[in-house]
Design a protein around this ligand. Structure first.
Ligand SMILES: [Zn+2]
Ligand SMILES: [Zn+2]
Length: 408
């Protein structure tokens, strides 16, 4: 009996490795607008059979509820779209090393005692590219009861723990590091046994890549120095509940620092100011937060206006050349002329914006009844959702009003 069973399961594994995963359906759960101008989060699942679809739906819904109530997603929720792709696996639960392989859609596997989780990220990306092509971040949930890890655009997390899912999205969207000072997850046991002596140089060197952890103690070298009051001692004693240089991060207790005592990238339920800043910038980099309108004036020329979706305080100015012409929502342009609109998000969540991610600028050129627009590309657009034609020309109809999103 054993041999045929083994053969059958081997055959099943062989086919599952090449077959496209079975997609039962897709659903947009949060729709705030054109995906090319929003931050699109996509959930897929591994280790859920068709019969477990309702369970997967519930877990995604719970994660979305927590994401929506966590700053800065809470404030910038209008920038976010969420989609769910329901994928059926043959087996329930994912593979645990040493316990026999499960036949699941994306082959998610626990790395034994190392507590890593990984899966077939290429297959996940292929599936998402087909069913939700504007994805900016992908979360693969699994039904087992612990674990989570982020690999750039794709992260994995137990569907049972919404907080872990938001934590992994912190990595995936904000590109921020763990602020744990213990190796509960992810760091190999051997590295712990060898102690921080071996681990520290490697992980401290890694710390240079992140905005929320650092091994440097000189004020001018700290990535989040703009959040630290001049009177705060560095390093900062744990009893001081303020932004500073708090020892312990990246799974190490010593020699590496984080911004605050608490953070969702640690064990708590809210992001620290630095992670919140990075997430705000990441969401804003994907979204041009206004639409514009143009109305023909009876006396000639155009009236241009805009509507913003910036959640908080916004400054907007119209310029003619370099000279400001108005700080009002609308401006009048002569029949032939051009004017530039600059919309800036003045959120207190961001204190350092060297790439001017929160400033959006667009030049409108009016020629007779035609308005052409040019978005100033002063930001870096590497994200898949932001692509396509930046120059759009609009002809005004007799009704006199049009509305368009830029870019579209
Ligand atoms: Zn983490
Ligand atoms: Zn943080």
């Amino acid at each position: 009996m054993r041999l045929p069973l083994l053969l059958v399961s081997l055959l099943a594994l062989g086919t599952s490795a090449f077959a496209a995963p079975q997609v039962l359906g897709t659903k947009t759960l949060v729709d705030h607008g054109d995906p090319s101008n929003r931050y699109d989060v996509v959930f897929v699942g591994d280790g859920y059979r068709a019969a477990d679809r309702a369970r997967f739906e519930r877990q995604v819904a719970r994660a979305v509820e927590l994401l929506k109530s966590t700053s800065p997603f809470k404030e910038y929720w209008g920038y976010v779209n969420v989609h769910r792709i329901d994928v059926a696996s043959s087996d329930y639960g994912v593979t645990q090393k040493g316990q026999g392989k499960r036949n699941t859609a994306f082959d998610v596997t626990y790395g034994g005692s190392l507590r890593y989780v990984n899966g077939d990220r290429e297959a996940i990306q292929r599936t998402v590219a087909r069913h939700a092509p504007d994805a900016d971040a992908i979360v693969c949930l699994f039904p087992d009861l612990w674990g989570g890890v982020s690999y750039g655009e794709v992260c994995f997390a137990s569907g049972e723990y919404p907080r872990t899912i938001v934590h992994e999205l912190g990595h995936t969207i904000g590109r921020v590091a763990d602020e744990y000072d213990s190796a509960e997850i992810k760091v190999p046991q051997a590295l712990l046994v060898l102690g921080e002596l071996l681990g520290r140089p490697i992980l401290c060197a890694m710390g240079w890549r992140f905005r929320n952890v650092t091994s440097r103690t000189q004020r001018s070298a700290i990535p989040w120095r703009h959040w630290i009051s001049p009177s705060t001692p560095l390093p900062t004693h744990p009893s001081l509940d303020r932004v500073g240089l708090h020892e312990g991060a990246l799974h190490l207790k010593h020699g590496i620092y984080r911004p605050e005592q608490t953070c969702l990238m640690r064990r708590e339920n809210a992001f620290c100011v630095v992670c919140r800043e990075e997430l705000t910038l990441a969401l804003s980099a994907k979204v041009v937060p206004y639409s514009w309108t143009a109305r023909r004036l009876s006396g000639g020329g155009m009236s241009l206006g805009f509507k913003t979706i910036v959640p908080g305080r916004v400054t907007a100015r119209w310029f003619s050349g370099e000279a400001p012409v108005a700080a009002t929502p609308s401006v009048r342009v002569l029949a032939n002329g051009s004017v530039r609109l600059e919309v800036a998000d003045a959120t207190p969540f961001v204190r350092s914006d060297p790439q001017r991610t929160l400033v959006h600028s667009c030049t409108f050129t009016v020629e007779g009844a035609k308005v052409s627009t040019r978005t100033d590309l002063h930001r870096q657009f590497g994200q898949p959702g932001l692509r396509g034609d930046w120059r759009r020309h609009f002809l005004l109809g007799d009704a006199g009003g049009i509305t368009a999103h830029l870019p579209n």
